[in-house]
Every structure is written in structure tokens, then in C-alpha cells.
Design a protein around this ligand. Structure first.
Ligand SMILES: Cc1cc2nc3c(=O)[nH]c(=O)nc-3n(C[C@H](O)[C@H](O)[C@H](O)COP(=O)(O)O)c2cc1C
Length: 167
């Protein structure tokens, strides 16, 4: 597939409106030996199963944080509310300082957990599947939480390559 065909297929996939998540993990295998928190924006999230509690998302094998997500079995998924577009943008930017403007703490397996979210799932990898240029990660939900303050009621939505509001 050439670049133009890839662009057109990406555009077609973009007709599926989604919520937006930020997925985090802690990379302990760094050059200076200091653990490094990692975060990336992902809209491939889906709920899978209630019993056992499973979710999935898929990660681009070319993402800078791919190796860290392969190493660490723990990760956290934050479903964003409409007020978190800036966080989504920074977490979708390679080499950005993703933790500069967000309150967080280490959660299960040291995976960073943000203080603010619409819903948050702390997970351990249950399965990994081949998905072409992506890897499909199925996680078991170990803990979860929801926030329902008035400013967090609206979801952040992504549609045709842009953030948008729900009417
Ligand atoms: C709305 C939105 C959704 C995205 N969804 C995914 C996704 O599901 N999987 C993925 O690998 N990248 C996704 N990306 C791209 C990554 O966020 C982006 O490549 C990011 O730079 C990855 O972080 P890293 O470079 O630190 O690894 C998405 C980007 C945006 C803006």
C-alpha cells in the first residue's frame, strides 16, 4: 500500500466516532536505570468481557513506547472527558513531556494513574495478539474508577481526524 492509499484508508477508519483514552505504563528498563513514566493517546480501546473483566486496545509497533508496553505487564487506561483535549494532544505527540501538566501517581505495577479522568482502568496483560502493524493488547481489569463531576460528564470524542463535542 502506498502513502496515498494508507491516507485514504485512515480517513475511512476515521468515520467511526470514538472516545479517546490515554494509556500509561512505567518503563523500568531505561539507560540511566531510572523508571520513566510513559503515556500515549489511543482511541482503539474497547470493552471486551465482564466475566472475566477484559478490555483491549492496539498499539502501533512503530510507537516509541511500544517496547516499554511489551516489557511491562501493567498498564492503566484513562477515558478522557471533554475538558482533556490538551492532554490528549500532548500524549499523541512523540517526545513531548507528557507528564508536565498532569497530576499523577504510581498505580498497580507502577503504571502511572492520573487524578482526573472520566473512567480509569488499571490492568494486567492477559493476551497479546498480532494485528498487522499493530499489536492487540487484551488486559484484565484489576481495578477501576469513574468520576462524575459536572465538568467531566461530556466525553472527549474523535471523529474524522478531529476532536468534537457531543450535541
Ligand atoms: C485521537 C488519537 C487516537 C490514537 N489512537 C492510537 C491507538 O489506538 N494506537 C496507537 O498506537 N496510536 C494511537 N494514536 C497515535 C499515538 O498517540 C502517537 O503515535 C503517540 O506519539 C505515541 O506515543 P509515543 O510516540 O510516545 O510512543 C492516536 C492518536 C490520536 C490523536
Amino acid at each position: 500500500m502506498n502513502n496515498e492509499q494508507a491516507k485514504q484508508l485512515r480517513q475511512a477508519f476515521g468515520h467511526f466516532a470514538t472516545g479517546v483514552t490515554v494509556v500509561t505504563t512505567m518503563d523500568s528498563d531505561t539507560e540511566n536505570g531510572q523508571a520513566k513514566p510513559l503515556a500515549m493517546t489511543a482511541n482503539s480501546f474497547s470493552s471486551v468481557s465482564l466475566d472475566p473483566p477484559l478490555i483491549l486496545w492496539s498499539i502501533d509497533k512503530n510507537a516509541q513506547s511500544f517496547a516499554a508496553f511489551e516489557r511491562n505487564e501493567h498498564f492503566a487506561v484513562h477515558i478522557l472527558h471533554a475538558g482533556q483535549e490538551a492532554l490528549s494532544t500532548v500524549c499523541a505527540t512523540r517526545n513531548a513531556d507528557k507528564f508536565a501538566d498532569v497530576e499523577w501517581q504510581p498505580g498497580l505495577g507502577e503504571a502511572p494513574i492520573f487524578d482526573e479522568f472520566s473512567a480509569r482502568f488499571q490492568c494486567r496483560v492477559e493476551h497479546r495478539y498480532e494485528g498487522g502493524d499493530h499489536q492487540i493488547i487484551v488486559g484484565r481489569v484489576l481495578d477501576y474508577s469513574c468520576q462524575n463531576k459536572p465538568q467531566q460528564v461530556q466525553p472527549l470524542v474523535f471523529f474524522k481526524g478531529k476532536y468534537c463535542a457531543v450535541a
